[in-house]
Each structure stands twice: as C-alpha cells, then as structure tokens.
Ligand binder design. Structure first.
Ligand code: T1G
Length: 706
C-alpha cells in the first residue's frame, strides 16, 4: 500500500491486520471509514483471511469523528454508522486493538467489533457531550448493552476518558495486552477466536438492560444528578434519552432514535460554541514567534517559594502530575500552616470521594517542605508565589539568582506586577518569565505564561509545555498591568461595583450571571476569595493613578470589616459553617445611604443591561489588548476566560459570545454608554474598525506582534 494511505491492510498468516494511519490522532476523516469498510468487506470475502485486527498507527487508536467536518455538508457519522453495520455483519471476528485513545466514533468502532484488547496506558470514552453532541454511531445503544445503562450514562454524560484497566473491570475491554506488545497480542487473540462460529455481537445482548427494567427511575435520577452542571444545555439530556431508547426499543429502532437525537444537536448553538472552544484550546498552544522545534529545558524537579494559598495550590498541581516539588517558606510556622492547608484540601476531596486516601498520601509524599533557599538550588524550575509586593518579589529573586543552578527556570506567579522589574534584579533575565495561576491554583485550568522583554524563547516554550504537563491550558500573554486575563476581566469588576452604586442589587447581578451559566455569581465569588484582595489592589491603583475612580461603596464594605465568607459577611451574609450567600437588607440600606451621600442617583436595572455592562466592558478592553499586540489571537482571550474565570463553556468564550450579539451592536452599545457614562466607556478604535469591517471578534488578529 502506497505511503500516505489512510487505511492499510496486511495479511499476517491468515489474520487481516487493518491499520488506520491518519495522524495525529487517527480521526475518522473522509477516507478513513471507507478504508475500514473496504478492508473488512474484502477480508470477509477472502478465504485466506480467518479473522481481523483493527489497530491505529502512531500514538493512538481512533480519536473519533473528524470534528472539523461537523456542521459541513456531509455528516461523518453517516460513514461511521455504515462502518459499525459492516463490522456488526462481519462473519469473521474483528479484534479492536487499542492504544492511546479510543474516543467517540473510535470507541464506537471498537464496540461494533467483536473483541477489544488494550494496553493499560490506553484510554476509552464517548466524550461527544463535551462538544455539544452525543455518540452518533451506535455508542448509546451498544455501551448500555455491554456495561448496563447506569454506568453507560455516567460515561456518556460526563464524557470522561476511562483508563483501560477500569474499562477492563467494567467489561468494555476483554483483555489487557503488555505495553509495547499490543499488535502481537491482538493477532494472537484473533488467532484464538478465528474459528468462532457465531461472533459475539454486543447488539444481540440485553442482559445488562435488565437494570433499567428493574428500576425505570434511573433515567429521571440521572437527569436530576446532572441538573446543576447541565444547566442551559441540551446535549447531556439527549444523551440520557438515547440510552433510555436503548432500554426501551429494539436495537435498530434505538439506532434510529439515536440519530434523531444527534441531528437535533449537531448544528446547535451549544455544539458550535463547544467545537469553537475545542479548537481554540488547541490553537492557543501555537506560538507564532517561537519555532515549534525550540528545544525545551528538561524539568524533573520543581520548587515553589511561598506556601500561602496560591503556593500551596501550585504545589498540589505539581504533585497531581507526579512532579516531586519542594515547598519553601521563610519560617517553619508559615510552612506548617501551608502544609496543613494542603492536607485539609486533600482531606476534603477524600471525604467527597473525588480522591482516594492512597492517592492523597502519594501526592503529599511528593511535596517536600523546606525552609532554606540552598535546599532548592538544584531544582530545574522554581515558581515564586509570595506577597504581591514589588520589594518582596525583588528580594526573593535576588536570592534565587544566587542559589539556583545555571539553566534553572525562574518563574513568577505574579498576577500583575511588571515581569521586567522582577527579572532585572537577576543576572539572568533570559531565564525569567511569568507563570500566572488562577485561584484555586490546583483547580483552575488556566496557566498564563507572561513574556518578559528578555525572556528567552526556550524559557517561554518550556513554560507553555510545563503548564500542559501539570494539566493546565497554557496561554501566552504580553507583559503589562494585569497581563491579558486579569486586565480583560478588570472592567467587569469595575462595572459590577459601579452598578451597585447605581442601584443594582448584588443578588440580582449574581442571578443574572448564574442564569447566564456561571457556577456562582461575581459578588459571591468575591466573597469567597476575600474582599480584602480587591480592596488592596484598588488602594494601590489609587496611589499610582490620581485619576483612578474610587469604588467608595466596595471600599466601605471592607472598612466595615466585611471581608466575605471568612468574616461571615461581605456583599452577602453567611450562616456559621454555611457557604450559602444571603442578601443583607441592612447592607442594602447602608449602600443606599452611601450612594445618596455621594450624590449617585439609584435606579432599577434589567437583566440584559447587567449582562451587557459586565461583558461588553471586558470585550472593549480585550480589543485594546489586541490593538497593543499583547495576545496572539482573539480566541486566546476566550480560552483564558474559560480556563481562568469559569465563563460558561457552551457559550464559547467572551469574544465568541459577543459575536452572537454581533460586533456592530456591541460597538453601538458601547458608544451609547460612552455618551452616558464618559471616558471609561470610550470605544477601542480596534473595536470600531472591526465593527466597520464586520469582522467577527473571535477572528480578530492583533495589530502588532507580541
Ligand atoms: N477531529 C479532528 N481533529 C482532532 C480530533 C478530532 N476528533 N482530535 C484531535 N484533533 C486534532 C487537534 O485539533 C490537534 O490539531 C491534534 O489533533 C492533536 O490534538 C461519530 C460524533 C485525542 C485526547 O471528542 O480529546 O466521534 O492543533 O492537541 O492533547 O459518535 O485531541 O495539532 O492542528 O488535543 O494529545 C469525539 C477529541 C469526536 C476527541 C488527544 N472525539 N480529541 O489530546 O492532542 S465526535 C473527541 C481529544 C464523534 C461519533 C462522534 C484530544 C485527544 P492541531 P491535541 P492531545
């Protein structure tokens, strides 16, 4: 078979080995399903072939349908479906040999095959719900027949990638093969089953469906259990309906119902936004001004300076991904406080069942507490996470410059201090860059890599790669006040404070944003992280900028000692030991009095104005960031909002969402508010140009290189 053929065939002593070779992840791009069908049909007709093995070339089995083809003329599952019918009908057994990933249409092909063998490092799953659709090639009909409807619904509505050993326990995988020995083991298995008279077909099984017959309430129970995370979305519910069909309809009718439910979703706004987010999160890794083959510096050991909330969370991120990490604190007392906070976090997860005791202990064993700088000198990378004060940062970096081995990477977790100020206190500014985590650092996905003027290409490329290695989504940002993520979010914070001065109630603003899709509202979020953080940064801004508009009501609340959940009151009141925010009529009265004192007329707000004031303010700032070339592409800003601020994923991101309203309307509205509210709403010239040319915000390119 000529090189570049997407699907190759080889007869290995009577076993037809069918290899899918469509790098990088063997997606079912046009030509792949056809190649599989052609070779299965030919093998069935060829007396020299007794059984078949389906295997992927390169790093993976099949990662599913080619997502790029969705929403285009020809729906790939049509071919995918045909593939699984041909596999089903095969008289000769087909063994699916899985390494890397068998996802979506890839797992569906394996389920339509008759046997499945995998190496332990493989992962299988039906993650279609994560891109707003459902398994459209029989996955919702075959998986429940194999593992029962409950387990199938859990996998399909979560979209999680199931490790091969667990999949083996569940019964998805029939046999585990030794790492590196998959092909041989699969061929041996095919030989063993070659003369099987009746090949086992999952479609013929219904013993596992009895679970639903015994308890028809499992579907309603599943709908209830996903209600919170599936708010405003359709795909998760269609997934449940499809599995329900598998339990109530004959196989072929179930397949038809699956198709109907799939077609309802393929071009939905939710699916289009989630597809955009999928590719935006791949695009953000591409660095136009740093060659892809820039050699990365090896990182085996890490150190964190500062065991506060952020430092502790960062250490947990490293431990989660098997990095031994040293945690340095000036005093034993502060170190003990930091360690007990980390242990308490783990214990909460163990209590919730999201972490095993063994796993907690494994991670804790990877975090080594130290109190001397000399103890971290040999680490490959150090991340500083101390107080956001320039003199404190400078002190730390002077020390790091003295003790860290040559070639070590010196990163700072600052959320807004000029990277060059920090780098220039060292003799090796080329080894310095920003690596900005978002609170809680062990949870939030965003890892903002900030370029210093002298940061070397490999210092930056290694940082981007490091983020991915500790389970984060890395995005590059230019240096400047608040970098990209926080800078674009700041006007959102300004507008929420000003709208309260003008009469909006914190509970109303929070309800608007929760209805929009945020897990919790911005005022509750502020109470959760502590109002003193925002207060400190406002005081710093007021010192630096005499024209800075003070947030007198937000400041008043802090000066009343209301710092948020940690003091039992902030924008909301909290019952002891309970995190539920309760509106506080006394505070509402205080706010009205202060507004009157400041001569600010109060009024009512409609929900749409609240939503637009918060998000349009950030869209305008994002355009200024693009104008200054502080980001590579507009979609990177969306990735940062999804990974750093819990922006609802099924809305695509800040810029993508604004495009659903339309750049011209966004510009018109901002102009109107400029007239009404003055300078802070001055439209960005970059935005004006987009509106004039009708260029979608998500496709905007920066005006100058970073
Ligand atoms: N289609 C098209 N391109 C894909 C792709 C796919 N399914 N999966 C990956 N790519 C591209 C990706 O854009 C990137 O491109 C490169 O491959 C490497 O990916 C019929 C309807 C497999 C876990 O949802 O989750 O089947 O940026 O950077 O981190 O019922 O990719 O280099 O140009 O992500 O190692 C269901 C999606 C489809 C799986 C590997 N399948 N992929 O992660 O590499 S719907 C999925 C992933 C379906 C059926 C239905 C991950 C991965 P570029 P990467 P990675």
């Amino acid at each position: 078979m000529p090189e570049g053929t997407l699907v190759r065939f080889e007869n290995v002593d009577g076993i037809g080995v069918i290899t899918i070779d469509n790098p990088p992840v063997n997606a079912l791009s046009p030509g792949v399903p056809e190649g599989i069908v052609e070779n299965v049909e030919r093998s069935n007709a060829d007396p020299a072939v007794r059984a078949m093995v389906l295997i992927g070339a390169g790093r993976s089995f099949i990662a599913g349908a080619d997502i790029r083809t969705f929403g285009t003329r020809r729906a790939p599952p049509v071919e995918g479906r045909r593939t699984h019918q041909i596999l089903d009908a095969s008289q000769k057994p087909v063994v699916a040999a899985i390494h890397g990933y068998a996802l979506g249409g890839g797992l569906e092909i394996a389920l339509a095959s008759h046997y499945r063998i995998a190496v332990p490092s493989a992962k299988v799953g039906l993650p279609e719900v994560l891109i707003g659709i459902l398994p459209g090639s029989g996955g919702t009909q075959r998986l429940p027949r194999l593992i029962g409807p409950k387990a199938a619904m859990e996998m399909i509505t979560s979209g999680r990638h199931v490790p091969a050993e667990e999949a083996h326990r569940l019964g998805i995988i029939d046999e585990l093969a030794p790492e590196g020995g998959l092909r041989e083991a699969a061929i041996a298995m095919a030989r063993r089953v070659a003369d099987t008279r009746l090949v086992p077909r999952i479609r013929d099984r219904d013993d596992k469906l009895a679970e639903a017959k015994a308890d028809p309430g499992i579907f309603e129970a599943m709908r209830k259990s996903i209600a919170r995370r599936a708010r405003n979305q359709k795909a998760p519910y269609n997934c449940i309906a499809a599995v329900e069909a598998a339990c109530n309809l004959p196989f072929e009718d179930g397949i038809r119902r699956e198709r109907e439910l799939f077609d309802e979703l393929e071009n939905s706004a939710e699916a289009r936004a989630l597809r955009y987010a999928f590719f935006a999160e791949r695009e953000v890794a591409k660095l136009p001004d740093i060659p892809r083959d820039t050699p990365l510096r090896p990182i085996k050991t890490a150190a964190i300076v500062g065991a506060g909330t952020m430092g502790g969370g960062i250490a947990m991120s490293f431990a989660e991904f098997d990095f031994p990490v040293k945690l340095l604190e000036a005093s034993q007392e502060a170190l003990d406080r930091g360690l007990s906070r980390i242990r308490a976090n783990y214990e909460t997860s163990v209590k919730r069942g999201s972490l095993t005791e063994a796993e907690m202990n494994r991670r804790l064993a990877l975090i080594e507490p130290v109190t001397r700088y000399d103890d971290i000198g040999q680490c490959d990378v150090v991340i500083e996470a101390v107080f956001e004060r320039i003199p404190v940062k400078e002190e730390v970096f002077k020390k790091l410059d003295q003790v860290m081995k040559p070639g070590a990477l010196l990163y700072t977790n600052t959320s807004g201090i000029d990277i060059d100020i920090i780098a220039n206190v060292t003799k090796r500014p080329q080894d310095v860059a920003g690596t900005h985590f978002f609170a809680p650092a062990n949870v939030m996905k965003l890892f903002e890599v900030v370029k210093g003027a002298k940061s070397a290409p490999d210092t930056l490329a290694t940082a981007m790669d490091l983020g991915r290695k500790i389970g984060k989504i890395s995005g590059m940002a230019g240096n400047g006040d608040g970098f990209v993520a926080n800078r674009s979010r700041t006007p959102f914070g300004t507008e929420m404070n000003i709208m309260v001065e003008e009469g909006a109630l914190p509970e109303q603003v929070d309800k608007v944003m929760v209805d929009f899709g945020y897990p919790i509202g911005p005022f509750s979020t502020a109470d959760l992280s502590g109002l003193d953080i925002g207060y400190d940064s406002r005081q710093r801004r007021a010192q630096q900028d005499p024209n800075y508009r003070k947030m007198q009501i937000a400041d008043m609340i802090v000066e009343m000692g209301r710092l948020g959940q940690k003091t039992g009151a902030g924008w909301f009141r909290y019952e002891k030991g309970d995190r539920t925010p309760h509106p506080d009529p006394e505070l509402a009265q205080k706010i009205r009095e202060k507004a009157a004192e400041l001569g600010i007329a109060q009024r009512t707000f409609n929900d749409e104005e609240i939503l637009r004031r918060l998000l349009f303010a950030s869209v305008n700032e994002a355009c200024k960031i693009l104008e200054e070339g502080k980001v590579y592409r507009a979609s990177d800003i969306d990735v940062m909002w999804l990974g750093g601020f819990n922006f609802p994923r099924y809305r695509g991101g800040l810029m993508y969402w604004a495009d659903t309203i339309g750049v011209a309307e966004v510009y018109r509205q901002i102009q109107a508010w400029h007239q009404q509210y003055g300078a802070r709403w001055a439209p960005s010239p970059f935005l004006r140009r987009l509106a004039e040319t009708g260029t979608p915000l998500r496709e905007a390119k920066p005006s100058r290189p970073m």
